[in-house]
Design a binder for this molecule. Sequence first.
Ligand SMILES: C[S@@+](CC[C@H](N)C(=O)[O-])C[C@H]1O[C@@H](n2cnc3c(N)ncnc32)[C@H](O)[C@@H]1O
Length: 305
Amino acid sequence: MQKSQVFQGDCLDLIPRLPDTSIDIVVTSPPYWGQRDSLGGGTEKDPRNYIKFLKSVFVALLPKLKQCGILWLNLGDSYNTPVNWTAKDYKYSSLGPDQSGFNPENSAYTKPRFKRKAFIDDNFGWLQYGNFLMLPQRLLITLVESGYLYRGEVIWSKKNAMPEGRCRRPHRKHEPIFLLAKSEQHSFRTNPPVPSVWTFSNESINGIQHRSRFPTQLPKLCIDAYGRLGSDVVVLDPFSGSGTTGSAALQFGCTYIGFEIDAKQATASEHRLQKIKKQMGLNFSALGVGTERQSEISQNGRLEF
Ligand SMILES: C[S@@+](CC[C@H](N)C(=O)[O-])C[C@H]1O[C@@H](n2cnc3c(N)ncnc32)[C@H](O)[C@@H]1O
């Protein structure tokens, strides 16, 4: 039986250490552009650098997928607006009832958030102020040009979406989950067929606090759609966070590999997965941080699982 593990580190360093053709299913949700002040990707000033970062992660993953493998990518888009407004921003936006900004104490100005501004480049129409940036679509196009097959899109219809305030645009109550593959021969459940709209709620957070955790139902449906379960099915999340993909994988008796740059999250997620292992009698190897983990990286730098 293979061992499930969370490795702490940058997925860009860890992916090349995976054996080629070793991964059946990737289920992942990278940080969305400019939403959070966190380690790793998502904090690039220029959204083009964000796309470059994600492209290099997923291109590095392609040889690691088995021929029958699939990749589920949950990635939301961003507006080209500040995420932390200041009173001065009324100059280039139309905030406030008379378009001259809000009161200084308005929560739009006072909410503690990552400090991203709009990124404007007059030479590129899509980098105008206020534009919905189509970042997932831009990434998908570069991935398909790099060898992936784009196999479909699922809409996660959120039962309890967050309100978006007063804005002249549709309030988002959904997120996309894209399906990519290495080969047209990839595994997938056909009976019953997998629908393209999945409706479920966000989970209330119990245990590990992670601000952008997805509900367990999401990776469960993604893994279940593969059509095969069991310990020889290896599931990877290169942006593992609190280990929700791992939780779903272990509950299905699959093997899980997670990469997470934030040491606190990596350790907390290991504990979460150990508990599940205990409940299910599975072979989850909790590696902790530091030297213990190094023993699982062989002399030639390959990850053993
Ligand atoms: C949107 S969260 C994933 C949440 C996860 N799906 C869950 O349910 O907990 C993205 C995660 O990617 C991590 N991350 C960002 N850049 C990374 C990198 N280069 N390598 C590994 N992890 C990274 C962040 O620390 C964050 O925990």
